[in-house]
Write a protein that binds this ligand. Structure first.
Ligand SMILES: [Zn+2]
Length: 275
């Protein structure tokens, strides 16, 4: 599933593709459940004629800011991805939404597993207020992280995956951050020392920035991988220290990385470095 660096890479690519300022002339929906909050007919009717004023991100959502404060939020979930090209006369395989622009191009949404969702709303405040702090914002300090973890008895890994605690983290970057901070993923959040929280804060920002610098993590070649706009791949998989490196040596101590299950999620850890 795309996490903060992957979603931000897509947003950067959409912005570089010069979509801002263009108007959506026609919309088509070919898998009705892709539209989360209304019928496909209502969605198309409300979207047609809207201009894309900005493209941004909150947590793992891609946000298209439209005319008069309307917002189209896209959650890619497992296999959602965008393509930009000439409008298709009939839907291609796995293409569930098409938005035709005023310059002849079309933004098309593909999703093999069909878990991705589009939400179009006139007032986005209630949808966006449930998320925790953005970890790459200047406002996210070690103090803010400490406050988010305070009094929480849960294990640190599932807590960091909770989007209301911190926005944008998923399985890859949580495993990487906990390794970098030398914290075992099963530790109880309220037992972390203040030095460990400082290290975790630094590690979270570091692994996300590294992921972003390499345009995200694309693992393997299957359909279920992350692809940015028009199927471009990330390069961060070559920079991961523990994630999906079971049996390979820990870059710090040389002992093998092990795979365990924490909160029902596959988790990669060095038992020597992470206590
Ligand atoms: Zn180690």
């Amino acid at each position: 599933m795309p996490e903060l660096p992957e979603v931000q890479t897509i947003v950067n690519d959409l912005n570089a593709a010069d979509l801002v300022g263009h108007t959506i002339l026609r919309a088509g929906v070919y898998w009705p459940r892709t539209i989360a909050n209304q019928s496909p007919q209502a969605f198309c009717r409300q979207l047609e004629g809207q201009t894309i004023n900005a493209i941004g991100r909150r947590a793992k959502l891609i946000l298209f800011e439209l005319t008069d404060g309307w917002l189209l939020a896209v959650h890619l979930r497992m296999t959602g991805r965008f393509e930009l090209g000439a409008a298709a006369q009939s839907p291609q395989k796995h293409m569930h939404v098409q938005m035709e622009l005023d310059d002849g191009r079309a933004l098309q949404y593909f999703d093999t597993r069909k878990f991705g969702r589009f939400t179009l709303v006139a007032d986005p405040r209630s949808m966006l207020e449930s998320f925790g702090p953005e970890p790459l914002s200047a406002a996210f300090t070690a103090k803010v992280l400490a406050r988010q973890l305070m009094g929480r008895h849960r294990q640190i890994k599932p807590l960091l995956l909770d989007q209301s605690v911190i926005a944008g983290l998923g399985n890859i970057y949580v495993d990487e951050a906990l390794w970098a901070a030398r914290i075992h993923p099963e530790r109880s959040a309220n037992h972390l020392e203040s030095d460990e929280i400082k290290a975790l804060h630094k590690a979270i920002r570091q692994v996300l920035k590294e992921g972003l610098r390499h345009n995200g993590t694309t693992l393997g070649h299957g359909q279920s991988n992350f692809y940015s706009l028009n199927q471009s791949r990330g390069r961060n998989e070559h920079h991961l220290k523990v994630f999906r490196r079971t049996g390979q040596p820990c870059p710090e101590c040389g002992r093998p990385i092990v795979r365990i299950i924490v909160g029902q999620r596959s988790t990669h850890v060095c038992r020597h470095c992470q206590r």
